[in-house]
Design a protein around this ligand. Sequence first.
Ligand code: ATP
Length: 346
Amino acid sequence: MEIKIENLTKAYGDFKAVDNMNLNIADGELVGLLGPSGCGKSTTLFMLAGLNDPTSGHIYFGGKDVTKVAPEDREIGLVFQNYALYPHMTVADNIMFPLINRKVPKAEARERAQEMAKLVQLDHLMDRKPKALSGGQQQRVAIARALVKKPEVLLLDEPLSNLDAKLRVETREEIRRIQQEVGITTIFVTHDQEEAMSISDRIAVMEKGVVQQFEVPQKMYLNPGNLFVAQFLGTPQINIFDVTVKGGKIMCDDVVLREGCKAADGNYKAGVRPEAFNVSENGILVKATHVRMTGRELQLRVALAKEELRVLVHSDMQVSVGTEFCVTIRDNQILLFDQTGKTVGK
Ligand code: ATP
């Protein structure tokens, strides 16, 4: 089902937790709602769920205005960070609960719960109680329970936060698989940029209640709309430093980083991702100041003019603190931002 969010605002006194949000989400799409703590993600999700009344604006599900519709009449499935399973009930009873609550006959409820358990690959654990399950399994029960009523929209609020690193990765893949299998329009709230990028069709990045950019992950990573988005996506973080453009040359102090730039002469902030550097015979001379081995790559810090930049190189490079070498920056991988932080080009 399509979701349209129109001029949606939630104010607490003078403070706007969500400020004039506009998003059109396609049927079957998984949208990651991404941003730092307090940026308004949960408030947005709660308004979509009908658990928090907007101050102004509208929400449409499949063309129907649901802004004033009660939560139980919205055809949504909700999953929170803390599972919220009933501890005294078995997996089967937990999954069936929303159906029993709606007076669906027990035999039919059991059959549908079984179907959902199969979908989340827990049908062999139907008689267990939640405390006898791992965190990832508990969250899959919560997802099965959210889907058993066959909702049109699935809303997930930081569903992986309580899981350890390995389980987080496994469970997010599992959520993506289930979402695609069911084909349900899904909004997934997270503050973890890698998580959002790896499973979303599109990401909405929020800051201070405002959507900064709504885009497919790869495009957003390569072409962030502003400095905030550029810095929020990617680890290690993008390098941001002052440059001057003069006659098509991008200069960092007196070092030429690139020629043939089309931006007007002036002062800019440049953004270069750590992986955008190539080690080369000739190019920009740099000197390693820190070297850290991570396995797949070496994370370096290098001195370039007055700047110290993060640079990723292959783990087989022979480099130690003090080593001097040359780098080039891959084509189109110097982003330029104006003084307000808006992207002006490359
Ligand atoms: P987190 O990741 O920490 O949950 P979030 O992005 O989900 O953050 P929200 O919970 O949506 O953020 O909160 C957005 C802002 O609104 C926060 O600054 C919060 O303090 C504020 N806020 C939320 N509820 C209320 C309330 N009832 N009264 C006043 N301010 C509130």
